[in-house]
Design a protein around this ligand. Structure first.
Ligand SMILES: Nc1ncnc2c1ncn2[C@@H]1O[C@H](COP(=O)(O)OP(=O)(O)O)[C@@H](O)[C@H]1O
Ligand SMILES: [Mg+2]
Length: 171
């Protein structure tokens, strides 16, 4: 395969966070990635612990959003099971983020997962000293997906198989 084309085919990590699992929205989230033609190459339900969660929500989060946000996030992500997925496709990182929508539910556009199922604002969450519950995590960029995919999945949990999408969407 042409090296440029090969580089466009990316893998990205998605988590349906505890609010998504507890609200019964696992299938709704999966559906939106499938209908866009992406391939799920790994999937499992995991109840993560603080050590593991700290490697996922690193110091970067605290630098970007404040130490309090990282603390709430670590408590939240360890409060119940999450559904972890690795999604593969052309420009998957950017495309999946678009399907997921903006971080702040208030700003997330209808048609995105966050925009269709959540609505609160940063100021509401900050005033209540809670994390923004926006259902889903998706790797932000290549650097994050390179860290996050192996953090959640071993090589033998990621699968290579053909879908009809390979024929009808990508060719
Ligand atoms: N100001 C905030 N108040 C409460 N929770 C926040 C705030 N900023 C971010 N969060 C939470 O932290 C998560 C990680 O933040 P970030 O990586 O910036 O967003 P994203 O999940 O869209 O990549 C967000 O999805 C959200 O759940
Ligand atoms: Mg992020």
């Amino acid at each position: 395969m042409d090296i440029k084309i090969q580089k466009m085919i990316e893998r990205t990590l998605v988590l349906v966070k505890p609010d998504g699992v507890e609200r019964g929205l696992i299938g709704e989230c999966i559906k939106r990635f499938e209908q866009r033609g992406f391939k799920i190459v790994g999937m499992k339900m995991v109840w993560t612990d603080k050590d593991h969660a700290m490697k996922h929500y690193t110091e970067d989060i605290a630098k970007r959003n404040g130490e309090h946000v990282r603390k709430y996030l670590l408590e939240f992500i360890t409060s119940g099971p999450v559904v972890a997925m690795v999604i593969e496709g052309v420009n998957a990182i950017e495309n999946v983020r678009k399907i997921v929508g903006s971080t702040e539910p208030r700003a997330a556009l209808p048609g995105t997962i966050r925009g269709d199922f959540t609505h609160v604002s940063y100021s509401y969450a900050d005033g209540k000293e809670i994390v923004i519950k926006n259902l889903i995590h998706a790797s932000a960029d290549k650097k994050d997906s390179d860290n996050e995919v192996p953090l959640w999945f071993n090589d033998n949990e990621l699968h290579t198989y053909n879908m009809t999408h390979d024929k009808h969407i990508k060719e």
